[in-house]
Design a binder for this molecule. Sequence first.
Ligand SMILES: [Zn+2]
Length: 111
Amino acid sequence: MKNLDVADDTIPCPPLPDSGDYPVVQIEVDPIAKHVAPHYVESVVAELRGLLAGLQCPDHRVAPVVHVEFGSDDDAAVAVVPHDCCPRLHQSMAHALRGVPIFRLVVPQRA
Ligand SMILES: [Zn+2]
């Protein structure tokens, strides 16, 4: 009788982003960002996703939905525009993005 290698069964699965345990950040990229190299867009979006992962509005229990706009050649900053939820979510996002200077949170002005 052989001892079966059960290692495959004991490796814990990392939680899937869409497992429903927490809301998932949605990131839309400005479609006119054609002047930006696709791999750069991908890396920026991946970094942003990482920064915002697990974030949710403390009041409304929704994850951020953000629109990303890449700057021109002169302006390397990446504008991160949250779809309007409420100031508390914007605050959490500003906190999450604080350490990364290329991201510039642009909060929509309420009418
Ligand atoms: Zn909210």
